[in-house]
Design a protein around this ligand. Structure first.
Ligand code: ZN
Length: 251
């Protein structure tokens, strides 16, 4: 003959499974924002590399343009110096003008060499920038894919939680009011509210259960709580052993 509390025990056994699953689902769900922010900060680091490469390229370009302007000034000065050569009247003036002319020519050659070096530098920086840009795009789209996967995972986990909460509510409504109240308090304290009583101990906190209480649990005479962790204690049942009956009871 079944004990009158048989259905309560089966219901609690099923709730135990629900809470254990919910615990894992909530843990995974709670970990998602951290995973997303790790992706974001990885992208931000790569973006900083890209920004640095852009800055270096811009700097090289600026240096080149400034030197080009400087060369233009030197060319003007050289032009003037050459003009002076035409106007010299004395030997002294001729010598001064020649000296000036040579100096300007030397400066011009130096600047031309400098410009050639800067052009090479700029080309290198642009090439490096191109590589960093390509690398960044690949990286960013890879991260975007990972983000999309996390988004799908988030939706999936949220749906699993919704189903678990719904099941919990349905099962809870079939329990005794006092049991419901104890159950909800434990749930609020973020504990799995049900534990198996095994070998005279609470299966969760492993404290001994008084012999008389333990026997009552085995005989399903009353719904008892662990004196130590306050979880509701039930006889161990194999996973799935309760599902046929509870499905029938709940529908
Ligand atoms: Zn306990």
């Amino acid at each position: 003959m079944k004990s009158p509390l048989d259905s309560q025990y089966r219901c609690l056994a099923e709730l135990k499974e629900i809470e254990e699953t919910a615990f894992l689902v909530e843990r995974d769900f709670g970990g998602l924002p951290t995973e997303v922010s790790q992706l974001d900060s990885a992208v931000a680091t790569k973006r900083a590399d890209l920004d640095n490469a852009k800055a270096r390229s811009m700097e090289a370009e600026k240096k080149l343009r400034a030197t080009e302007r400087e060369l233009k000034d030197k060319e003007d000065a050289l032009f003037k110096a050459e003009g002076k050569m035409m106007e010299v009247k004395t030997n002294v003036e001729y010598q001064a003008a020649t000296k000036e002319n040579l100096t300007q020519k030397k400066n011009k050659t130096e600047l031309e060499d400098k410009i050639l070096a800067l052009i090479t530098e700029l080309e290198e920086q642009k090439k490096a920038l191109g590589l960093v840009e390509t690398e960044f795009k690949t990286y960013e789209s890879g991260m975007a894919e990972k983000r999309a996967v996390l988004k799908v995972e988030e939706t999936k986990l949220a749906e699993q939680l919704r189903v678990l909460v719904e099941k919990r509510q349905r099962l809870l409504s079939t329990l005794e009011p006092a049991t419901i109240s104890n159950y909800q308090k434990l749930l609020t304290a973020k504990k799995v509210p049900v534990a198996f009583a095994e070998s005279g101990k609470c299966g969760s906190c492993h404290m001994m259960v008084r012999a008389q209480i333990y026997n009552e649990i085995l005989g399903q005479k009353a719904v008892h709580r662990c004196a130590s962790c306050t979880r509701l204690l039930i006889v161990p049942v194999r996973a799935g052993a309760t599902s046929d009956l509870s499905e029938i009871n709940l529908k």
